[in-house]
Ligand binder design. Sequence first.
Ligand code: TXA
Ligand code: MG
Length: 323
Amino acid sequence: MSSQQVGTDVSRAVLVLRAGGVVGLPTETVYGLGADATNPEAVERVFRIKGRPANHPLIVHVADVDHARQWSKNWTAEAELLAEAFWPGPLTLILERAPHVIDQVTGGRDTVAIRCPSHPLMHRVLVELAGGIAAPSANRFGKVSPTTAQHVVEDLGLDVDYVLDGGPCDIGVESTIVDCTCEPPQVLRPGGISEAQIAEVLGHVAHASGPSRAPGMLVSHYAPNCRVHTVESRQQAEDEIAALTGPTADQPTHDDSVRADVQPMSVMILDASVDPDGFASTMYAQLRDCDRKGVRDVIVVLPPDIGIGSAIRDRILKASFRQ
Ligand code: TXA
Ligand code: MG
């Protein structure tokens, strides 16, 4: 991709979307691969570029609640409360779909996922477009999500018509998904807004139970090339290293040094337990760094299962899954 295809030109992004093109777009969670949500060919191209199965539905991104109502059939009282509390922000709501929403977006389901992101450039695109943008994360299917414009270029390059560079994502993990079509609403995917925050607004909320109700949330996902191991404490990480490296192998490298250009290393520790919010914002970039540096095994010290920690655990456990 030429450098001309990466930039900060909001109007250009809107023009490309209107013309049926596909644009890498910054959000506060991860970068999205966006298309006009009313254009079937453009949406189909997103699936082709990602290599994503057609029955994994996309999130429709909107500028505000008024637009959200246009994409859903019955905007519920609970959706209203959640949107009031957390939009614009890292929360996706599942609602019954409005009749005009195309099957390419919903995977043929009778529900639609809607989110109003807070990133200022993305917000300007949505306001100028005055429509909906269907966008999954801008990575190849099953791989690590992108949190910079550079990641999008590395992953998708020439397949994308333009990448809007909004800098590194603040939050770094995908939005929380809440299904508002059931009573009480259910959290289908943990993310930037915690279950406790949602329960505080609604008074009640349920964990999704049974087989995943958000198609595409597979056991293995967000996977780097390196092997990811998970532990619950620093001590367990040290034990794991001993098991992996043995007495003669390379010494492990610790968090900060991953950025230094040093010898290829075989084992790394990433400690997510000390500052989970800070870790989340660079989590995918760190996994990408590990791959770039040829790290073979990454040991992640998981954070407690609260707040953003729940989202980190979810993503890292999926990244660690091996057949
Ligand atoms: O933070 C985010 O949500 C990012 C940014 C770009 O907005 N997007 C994102 O999209 O993570 P994606 O496609 O990687 O994940 C969307 C998830 C998928 O697991 C999909 O199955 C679920 O949302 N989803 C979409 N529509 C749904 C529906 N109607 N019912 C249940 N799950 C749905
Ligand atoms: Mg994704």
